[in-house]
Design a protein around this ligand. Sequence first.
Ligand SMILES: Cc1cc2nc3c(=O)[nH]c(=O)nc-3n(C[C@H](O)[C@H](O)[C@H](O)COP(=O)(O)OP(=O)(O)OC[C@H]3O[C@@H](n4cnc5c(N)ncnc54)[C@H](O)[C@@H]3O)c2cc1C
Length: 389
Amino acid sequence: MAADAAVRGIRSQDPDGRIVLLTEEAHPPYDRPPLSKGLWAGEDESRVWRGTEELGVQIETGRRVVALDRDAQQVRDDLDAEWEYDRLLLATGSRVRRLQGPDPGVIYLRTLDDYRQLRRRLDAAGGNGRTVGLIGGGFIGCELAGVLVEGEIEVRQYFPEEAPLARVLPPEFSRLLAEYLESLGVELHPGQGVTSTEEVEDGWHLRTDDGALSEPVAAVAAGIGANPRTEVARDAGLPVDGGIVVDAGLRTRDPRIFAAGDVARFPSSMTGQLELVAHEEHANESGMLAGQAMTGAEVCYDPLPYFYSGIGGLTLEVLGFPSPEDQVERALPEAITGSGLARFRRQGRTSGVLIWNRPGRAHRIRRLLASREAESDPEFRELLATALD
Ligand SMILES: Cc1cc2nc3c(=O)[nH]c(=O)nc-3n(C[C@H](O)[C@H](O)[C@H](O)COP(=O)(O)OP(=O)(O)OC[C@H]3O[C@@H](n4cnc5c(N)ncnc54)[C@H](O)[C@@H]3O)c2cc1C
């Protein structure tokens, strides 16, 4: 997604410079968020395409870059072709984490092909046999659980935490989310991490960390996190520290090489440290600015990140850089489907805001958060609360 945005950024400055986009996937760039949401709720698959090919760019699919030679200003792909560059963008995204043990049948949902494979497997099971074992209590697991169960697929969701999204949400909110998913008909298995899977005649079993084996399911999908794909940068001697380190101009230590999206670790004035963000808006905005910077434009990327998630009929939006260690002030919804808000504070400052089920309000709150004067204003808290009215 960041690569497509970068092409747009380049084209906004330079209508006809040569651009080559190398991707290991079999497809041109597409939007990933619908893979765990809208596509299961009847949206047409064609809506995912970003139309990069209309921007005068040579798209080379099915090519994985395996080496970067900075002196020769060249990358090499796994088909042994070499590609020269004046400016290079690394927008390699993230690689899914996998189960520790054998994992036959597990579909780790990251790509369009993963989505298609899961869909085929559930379609093949047909009727009453449509059961899915879902591994992971994060955003992807919860989104899939909500949308599959509404499509009359039986969902059993396994995760090691006490409640879904417990690593991200304050405990009261994750308990509400558990209640909500159960009200939709999702069978939750909290406190049960999956260590491996086993293939049987009628599907797959999941083995949990207490040694138990589940009933067979027709398909197994997993969303258990992802790590930035930094190996090409690291092997070329670029600074990597949990992500490819860039400055506020999205430039690595090599002035000809840029990074954007999930893989880039950039300085934030809000936290005073390097941050990694794996969200759609960040991919779009950092990609766009990196593209402009590649043409020589001066850019400064210092975002107040925004993330949304749709789980069944619930909307969750997160602003800033909240962390589980932060202090939390919360306004809980009166009912599971009502609206709520949590403000995260670190060292006396707001580090993030969670908006529970009140779409459309995030932009107002974001404006308040971005204004440093508002932060020191005693009425700031009231303002946040009234933004929900
Ligand atoms: C199922 C799903 C649902 C999501 N839902 C949301 C959501 O609701 N809201 C939200 O804000 N975010 C969501 N996200 C996150 C969002 O999609 C990512 O943050 C975004 O895709 C990051 O863009 P990117 O360009 O950095 O990486 P990617 O989109 O992952 O693109 C990286 C591309 O580089 C390719 N690549 C990697 N290494 C190489 C190599 N060496 N050579 C060639 N090609 C390579 C990869 O195959 C991939 O095509 C979701 C993600 C997933 C998977």
